[in-house]
Design a protein around this ligand. Structure first.
Ligand SMILES: Nc1ncnc2c1ncn2[C@@H]1O[C@H](COP(=O)(O)OP(=O)(O)OP(=O)(O)O)[C@@H](O)[C@H]1O
Length: 934
């Protein structure tokens, strides 16, 4: 599974839930998957066909969505197409029947109208699953009810024994029940992930629909465009859509329009050019909604209150699907709240009407909220969240007033000097030191306050202007449709008093802009380079990133695809930060897949080399790796997406450099981190499959066999180990949390007996352990004084893959049991235990292009005894690609140093070159300093 993930998608690790869901599908089990937009649901049905080499049929509600997905998959070398009314190629159906596609999309209408012959032929050719995407369309309580979805259960008769998997991002409990019943899901595996999208900023503002407000909107959007970010503006009516669109065009912004009254062709073209970055702004009604698969949308603006919180979540969720910081603003007018009747006209019965009114009221409540918006959104979907998010307008606004007299004085005097004949834009331009033509013509560049306000971005000054209006220091008047701002008598008095202290409560927007420094921030900053994490990329690197974006756009145009289908923004940011000088180095970067390497690596490596030279940036900046990993992680993310840079570094320092916890805590840090944090990082690494010297670890944490046995007893007493505290409370003071955490990890990885010996255990309890992946290990002889080294495989049911508490599905009785086998490496060397990574284990030799999985019912995996004497029994062994592959395979991965040591008959450079060549050919990939076989 991991091999397919890297080969086709370029990713080295699954996101939470993905692995478990895929595993269950492969076992033939029905499924219900409710996970946030952008969390990676598609991957759950795209991987099984690549592993099983059978077709996955995906029912999807929108042709445009299917076309996008097909385009992306084709760019990744996955055979994919769709069946629907706009499919012009008549051979797709017949090819599909023959099982020639990995992933075949179809509309629900098509699915229920295909003849039974089609399905029986496809079943004979091989079909591994039927996925029902956007499954909430099945329910009348969902926000996008589609009657055809209700008929999909009829496919059950044609596809006996084929797992049905329903996927959606938005389903309340009621909707989930409807989906399971309607599709006759049989004992489905239910996975419910968090609805949280930590990289999204949520904000709400009240507005008055007016040309002046639209002008402000235009300015904000144009700022976003200058930094290359895409924006969707959702309007509630076609009239609004047209008005906003016209304003954008009039301001010279390339914007598309999309609504239900446009013809199919015009809509398709509008969608196509937006997806391909030919235009960066889409002004649309919600007809342009569900399933927009563009990962790099930086801003979604709702111009008007949405009809429900479900649709708001879904539409705003189009934003930042690549995990980069992005913003969602909702502008509402109180008048919007009277629109319930308008939405109710869609209802055909009382149930639907009630559902619509309920949903609309929830959306209104969201608009008027004074508390954390994310918390309220999550609560609406049944998810409790203990703390405020810190990443919404309400969380960002502080309740403390501040002395803003200096800034207010500057703005008021500037407005006064400009004669009160302008809105806020002109005086703000003066403060910011602009030299636009109009400003210079008026000689405003000669004013003493010209360029005195550079410390704050334009929108900060505008927000202060709004504040001064609200407090009566400025007054706003309408003149010929223009808003003019002038100093009021109260403001004039303040000026004449010489700016006496003026304490005001800064707005959320001002605080947001201050938090992000003085760069070109704007309302709800949507510039991925200036939002969270931007500090980590230097100015020169930003330039390089921008150049790489342009190269990607050009490439995409040349080959007629969307830029994101070539590779994601995040991947380009990694390129700009690391600046790989060879194809092999580039291949290691997350998001680079085999297709990309074979087609584009040359162009990118060449461009990176040349541009880096021009920008005076060194190549192969390994220090960029750690930083990029943290940059790439969403702010406040609590999802263990994959082992991050700091975790990896901590583990590496501990395991390989033999640093103490204390030394690691201080390593290259002005302010040290806590030792407990270091320990947690190392334990995370162990869970992620990193090699661990448990003997040393237990010694350093003080986790003796006696303590382990005390912990066991405490767990038995508490009856569960879901929480640390109750277990801790049962233990003597000297047993620390670190010891308990270490114990849990060791136990979860099935290493207890190795680490603690045959301590008294209640075997019965262990058999009842909720961990479905039980590891049985045999004693390992630790010959001589060497350390025991255990390489723990990443188990499919690893505890890092958190199960939803609502997942009531039992683990199958025949879950594979992993055995550890004794290995003996002589008297001086280390004992080595290599536990197979459940699926990806190279326990049997496979060709690197063969991504066929181990069968679901794979028997107990045994580990072969490895014989090594001292530091290299194969002294004099000569490195070849095959020999390296064999070595890496037999060890479940090998570091460069180990390979060099092993092949002592070859020069280090030859081993390096061979490894690079293997990487380039995707025979191996590097993860955490180890080369793993694909
Ligand atoms: N394991 C992974 N590692 C890194 N990126 C991933 C992984 N899985 C998915 N992604 C990326 O995350 C993005 C969102 O994935 P995907 O389109 O599957 O989300 P989704 O849950 O189907 O969203 P939606 O409900 O909005 O359709 C894509 O760009 C995808 O390539």
């Amino acid at each position: 599974m991991e091999a397919a993930l890297k080969t086709y998608f370029g990713y080295t690790g699954f996101r939470p839930y993905q692995r478990e869901i895929i595993q269950k599908i492969m076992e033939g089990r029905d499924g219900l998957v409710v996970m946030a937009t952008g969390s990676g649901k598609s991957m759950c049905y795209q991987i099984p066909p690549l592993v099983a080499k059978k077709t996955a049929v995906v029912v999807s509600p929108l042709l445009s969505l299917m076309q996008d997905q097909v385009m992306s998959l084709q760019q990744r070398g996955v055979k994919s197409d769709y069946l629907g009314s706009t499919q012009m190629n008549s051979s797709v159906a017949s090819e599909a029947e023959k099982g020639l596609y990995d992933v075949l999309y179809m509309t629900p209408e098509k699915a229920i109208s295909l003849p039974s012959r089609f399905w029986s032929n496809l079943q004979a050719s091989g079909i591994c699953l039927l996925a029902i995407d956007e499954a909430h369309c099945i329910s009348e309580w969902g926000h996008d009810f589609r009657p055809e979805y209700k008929q999909l259960h009829s496919l059950r008769d044609h596809l006996v024994g084929v797992p049905f998997v329903a996927l959606t991002a938005t389903a309340t409990k009621r909707v989930r029940g409807d989906i399971a019943t309607s599709l006759n899901l049989s004992s489905p595996h239910i996975a419910i992930g968090s609805f949280d999208r930590p990289n999204l900023f949520y904000g709400v503002k009240s507005m008055q629909r007016s040309m002046s407000f639209i002008s402000e909107l235009v300015k904000d959007v144009s700022d976003t465009c200058t930094v290359g970010g895409s924006t969707i503006i959702y309007c509630t009516t076609i009239r609004d859509t047209e008005q906003v669109h016209e304003a954008m065009i009039a301001a010279g912004i390339k914007a598309n329009i999309y609504h239900g009254k446009m013809g199919n062709k015009a809509r398709e073209e509008s969608h196509r050019s937006f997806v391909r970055d030919e235009v960066l702004v889409m002004v649309a009604t919600i007809a342009f909604g569900m399933g927009i698969d563009k990962p790099d949308i930086r801003s979604v603006i709702h111009y008007g209150c949405p009809k429900s919180l479900e649709s708001y979540y879904q539409e705003s969720g189009r934003c930042g699907r690549d995990g980069l910081p992005s913003v969602c603003w909702l502008y509402y007018q109180r008048g919007d709240f009277g629109k319930a009747d308008f939405y109710c006209s869609e209802a055909t019965n009382a149930t639907q009407r009630n559902a619509i009114i309920d949903s609309f009221m929830a959306a209104q409540k969201y608009c008027l909220l004074g508390t954390c918006r994310r918390k309220s959104l999550l609560q609406y979907f049944g998810e409790e969240c203990a703390t405020d998010c810190g990443n919404c307008d309400n969380c960002k606004s502080t309740k403390t007033e501040r002395d803003l007299s200096k800034e207010s004085f500057l703005l008021l005097s500037c407005i006064k000097s400009c004669g009160g004949r302008w809105g806020l834009n002109m005086p703000v331009d003066v403060l910011r030191g602009s030299r636009v033509k109009k400003l210079v013509e008026k000689n405003y560049d000669k004013l003493p306050m010209h360029a005195r306000g550079k410390d704050y971005p334009p929108n900060w000054w505008k927000a202060l202007g709004g504040l001064l209006i609200a407090h009566g220091y400025l007054k706003e008047t309408a003149n010929d449709g223009y808003r003019l701002v002038s100093v009021s008598p109260k403001g004039a008095k303040f000026l004449s008093d010489g700016g006496t202290p003026l304490f005001l409560q800064p707005t959320a927007e001002m605080i947001e802009l201050e938090d992000h420094g003085s760069s070109q921030h704007k309302e709800g900053d949507v510039n991925p380079l200036t939002t969270v994490g931007s500090e980590k990329i230097s100015e020169e690197e930003q330039k390089l990133y921008q150049m790489l974006l342009n190269i990607r756009t050009k490439l995409a145009r040349d080959i007629g695809t969307a830029p994101y289908a070539i590779c994601g923004d995040q991947t380009l940011r990694h390129f700009a930060k690391i600046r790989p000088s060879t194809g092999a180095r580039l291949a290691n970067i997350d998001g680079v897949n085999q297709h990309f390497i074979s087609r584009y690596s040359g162009i990118f490596v060449q461009s990176i080399t040349q541009l880096s030279k021009e920008l005076n940036l060194p190549l192969d900046d390994s220090s960029g790796v750690e930083e990029m990993v943290s940059v790439s992680k969403p702010a406040n993310s609590n999802l263990p997406v994959k082992l991050g840079g700091t975790r990896f570094t901590s583990w590496d320092l501990w395991q390989n450099q033999k640093y103490s916890f204390k030394k690691i805590a201080h390593f290259r840090r002005a302010v040290p981190i806590k030792e407990q944090t270091v320990i947690s990082y190392i334990l995370d690494a162990a869970r992620d499959g990193c090699e661990m010297n448990w003997n040393r670890f237990c010694e350093e944490t003080g986790l003796t066999p006696e303590v382990a046995s005390q912990i066991r007893l405490a767990i038995a007493k508490v009856g569960s180990r879901d929480k640390l505290k109750p277990v801790k409370d049962e233990l003597p003071e000297n047993v620390t949390y670190d010891m308990i955490k270490a114990f849990f990890t060791i136990d979860d990885l099935g290493m207890s007996e190795k680490a603690f010996g045959n301590i008294p255990t209640d075997g019965a309890r262990r058999a009842e352990s909720p961990n479905p992946c039980s590891h049985e290990s045999e004693a390992v002889e630790n010959g001589g004084k060497g350390d025991s080294v255990i390489v723990a495989g990443v188990c499919d049911s690893s505890p890092t893959t958190k199960r939803s508490h609502t997942d009531v599905a039992p683990a199958p009785a025949d879950e594979p049991v992993k055995k550890l086998q004794k290995t003996d490496n002589g008297s001086q060397g280390d004992s080595v235990i290599i536990a197979g990574a459940c699926d990806s284990s190279p326990s049997k030799k496979r060709s690197h292009t063969d991504v066929t999985p181990a069968p679901a019912d794979e028997p107990v995996k045994k580990l072969q005894k490895t014989e090594e004497q001292g530091t290299g029994s194969t002294s004099g062994a000569v490195a070849t690609e095959e020999a390296i592959l064999e070595l890496a395979e037999s060890r479940g991965g090998v570091s460069l140093e180990d390979a060099v040591k092993h092949f002592s008959g070859s020069k280090r450079e030859s081993v390096v070159a061979l490894l690079e060549s293997l990487q380039c050919n995707f025979a191996v990939y590097e993860k955490h300093g180890r080369f793993l076989v694909l």
